[in-house]
Write a protein that binds this ligand. Structure first.
Ligand code: FES
Ligand code: MG
Length: 575
């Protein structure tokens, strides 16, 4: 058993024999806790986003039990606590609206309590960044344990992927290729075990980012939720967090610029979600690392996508784990000179140590760098008069022929306008049109919903059109695909040029040249700007705070007042 080397912050609560120590210990003892757990050993908070309303995280109380075993074994004292959970599939208008709110819950719960180190239990998309953002601002020793993906979806002998097949089957129904009864019977097969989406959507992407950043244990990304090895990982993380507290290694010692650079390259290699752009920028800025869109574009160049997973490819997370998982991918990047091996991880080993001799058990799932799924797998950052502060596109999910394109805009003022108009037989739209959606950004929606991958009009789907250029200030689900330009900044609701686009305007997209231009004269745009009316603000409550203080997509959509570290000094007494 390891001995604490110094007086820990929890001792300010549990140490001594005065009135305050009595109070802090006595009430805790109502849980059946003996004296000796208050002897100055590391107190490990287990920050849990368990919720039955977040199905992807509904098994996390079980994972917490494994963490506790490891913590006790290493001489620590584990205490599990809940924080706001964010479920992607249920929350409206979008779970992203609450990411910053949950991060505040995490930061303040850590700082206000007798905690020396923290295990962060996350799974569904927004839970991972919310926990990391809050923990980064509090800056204690921290390890993320992801809940793991669901087993592969199965439907009539075929593997189907979370989200990806919802979009696909819904299009098939719309195009008359699939019966509604078949569509409905796919529901149960898609989600057949505990865990998060088993495509390389945002949840799997963020679990991979956790591993690539070194803030999770090796294999954190891929072990299925119900595989016993997920329990082992949680157990070992429980042991390690006690060590990190004893060694005084804070989250800021792990989340360095180098760690983020490795993670961005890994995102390209896995064909990761565009949502990672926002989340990594927000996490970095919390911990005090300057990270911006140019870093994403620079570091992603020349990184091939080698993981053949849906939505970009064919396989699913279970296959990915059996093929070797993320260490295999990182080893391949290292061979190509695209990784910094020196980065330290919470496991106590460097990235270089972890990936040494990582085997590849299936070169169809994790392809060789020389035979990638896509040569340019990084996120491309576009600029131009339509997106002066930037916009992003995921080339690996796009159609090569559309990456250089000029077309006439078909404009939707908001998502309701889109639904009203899209299947109007008289809508003047063809395969070369550019679909433009406004007012779905951070302030506009509010919360920047995942509506950027607008389904194509039924009349074009029936003609066999499978992709079109789409542009918006929205996000898209990490499980979605298409030639979709997202995160346009500044957004329409903030008076960005996107707000000024009209039906019939010519838009030019040039991904190789990193350009996005609205071919309308400055004089005409100035005239339109003078006529522009900002949207009505929300009527009070959290949404008002959100709209007032949220930053634009290029800054990660954090609240301006949350950026940075506030560390975890010991607050004054409560009584
Ligand atoms: Fe929760 Fe996809 S909906 S991970
Ligand atoms: Mg999502």
């Amino acid at each position: 058993m390891s001995k604490p080397k110094r007086r820990l912050r929890s001792s300010a609560w549990f140490g001594g024999d005065g009135k305050n120590a009595f109070m802090h210990r006595s009430w805790m003892k109502n849980q059946g806790l003996p004296d000796h757990v208050f002897d100055g050993r590391p107190v490990i908070g287990i920050c849990n986003t368990w919720s039955e309303l977040t199905p992807c995280n509904a098994h996390l109380r079980g994972i917490a039990e494994h963490v506790k075993r490891g913590v006790y074994e290493a001489g620590g004292f584990p205490l599990e606590f809940p924080v706001m959970s964010l479920g992607e599939s249920n929350m409206r208008p979008t779970a992203m609206l609450f990411r910053n709110l949950a991060s505040m819950d995490v930061e303040e719960s850590i700082r206000s309590n007798p905690i020396d180190g923290v295990i962060l239990l996350a799974g569904c998309d927004k839970t991972t960044p919310a926990l990391l953002m809050g923990a980064a601002s509090a800056n204690l020793p921290s390890i993320v344990v992801s809940g793991g993906p669901m087993l592969n979806g199965k439907f009539r002998g075929q593997d189907i992927g979370s989200g990806t097949h919802v979009w696909k089957f819904a299009e098939d129904v719309k195009a008359g290729r699939m019966a509604v009864s078949d569509f409905l019977s796919a529901e149960q097969g898609q989600s057949r075990s505990a865990g998060s989406c088993m495509t390389m959507g945002t949840a799997s992407t963020m679990a991979s980012m956790v591993e690539a950043l070194g803030i999770g244990m090796p294999d954190n990304a891929a072990i299925p939720a119900v595989d016993a090895r997920r329990g082992v990982l949680a157990h070992m993380a429980g042991r390690r967090i006690v060590e990190l507290v004893n060694q005084d290694i804070n989250i800021s010692d792990i989340l360095t610029k180098t760690a983020f650079e490795n993670a961005i390259r890994v995102n390209g290699a896995i064909g990761g979600s565009t949502n990672a752009v926002l989340h990594l920028i927000a996490i970095a800025r919390r911990v005090g690392v300057e990270l911006n869109l140019d870093d994403w574009d620079r570091l992603g160049r020349g990184v091939p996508t080698i993981v053949d997973l849906m939505p970009s490819g064919r396989f699913l997370m279970e296959d990915f784990y059996y093929a070797g998982g993320l260490t295999t991918v990182m080893a391949a990047l290292d061979d190509a000179g695209l990784l910094d091996r020196s980065a330290m991880t919470v496991s106590g080993r460097t990235v270089g140590d972890i990936i040494e001799n990582a085997p590849n058990y299936n070169e169809e799932v994790i392809r060789p760098v020389g035979n990638p799924l896509t040569k340019e797998g990084g996120i491309a950052v576009l600029r131009g008069n339509l997106a002066p502060s930037g916009a992003v596109i995921k080339p690996s999910a796009a159609t090569p022929d559309l990456m250089q394109h000029r077309g006439k805009a078909v404009v939707f003022e908001n998502i309701e306008h889109y639904y009203e108009r899209i299947d109007d037989p008289d809508l003047d739209i063809d395969a070369t049109s550019v679909m433009v959606l406004k007012n779905c950004g951070p302030r506009g929606y509010p919360g920047m919903a995942e509506v950027g991958n607008m389904p194509l009009p039924a009349k074009l789907l029936k003609q066999g059109v499978s992709d079109m250029v789409r542009i918006s200030d929205a996000r898209m689900s990490g499980t979605a695909y298409g030639t979709v330009v997202l995160h346009v900044a500044p957004e329409a609701a903030a008076g960005g040029a996107l707000a000024l686009v009209r039906d019939g305007d010519i838009i030019e997209l040039d991904v190789a040249g990193r350009r996005l231009e609205l071919m309308v004269s400055d004089a005409e745009l100035a005239k339109r700007r003078a006529e522009w009316q900002p949207p009505e603000p929300p009527q009070g409550g959290y949404q008002s705070l959100y709209v007032e203080r949220v930053t634009q997509a290029d800054a990660g959509c954090d609240f301006d007042f949350l950026v940075g570290r506030r560390d975890a000094g010991i607050p004054r007494h409560s009584h």
